[in-house]
Design a protein. Structure first.
Length: 97
């Protein structure tokens, strides 16, 4: 079964404290679904329409697990903590293998 990936691209961060609160809660919320962070940081460079903002790539055992994690009550609490502290683009995609 192919793995599932969250690709989270931050467009802007307006409140570092809210982001920190989210960053404390999100890993605890996604861990029960087998989440493993494989990329987390600011882009070193960007091409085409890319932005040099924070990016996070999270790996899950499957797309179904990734979607379940996003929809979980614990992750909803993490999103509540983030609130309007950042503008993000999140995509869930299936891996090739």
């Amino acid at each position: 079964m192919p793995k599932g990936y969250w690709i989270t691209c931050y467009r802007s961060i307006s409140d570092a404290k809210k982001l920190a609160a989210y960053a404390e809660l999100a890993p605890k919320a996604t861990a029960p679904f087998g989440c493993r962070y494989i990329v987390r940081g600011t882009a070193r460079t960007a091409f085409e329409a890319g932005q040099k903002e924070r990016i996070v790539i999270s790996e899950f055992p499957s797309v179904e697990k990734a979607i379940a994690a996003y929809n979980s009550p614990a992750y909803k609490e993490a999103l509540k903590a983030l609130g309007d502290g950042a503008v993000r683009d999140i995509r869930i995609v299936e891996g090739l293998e």
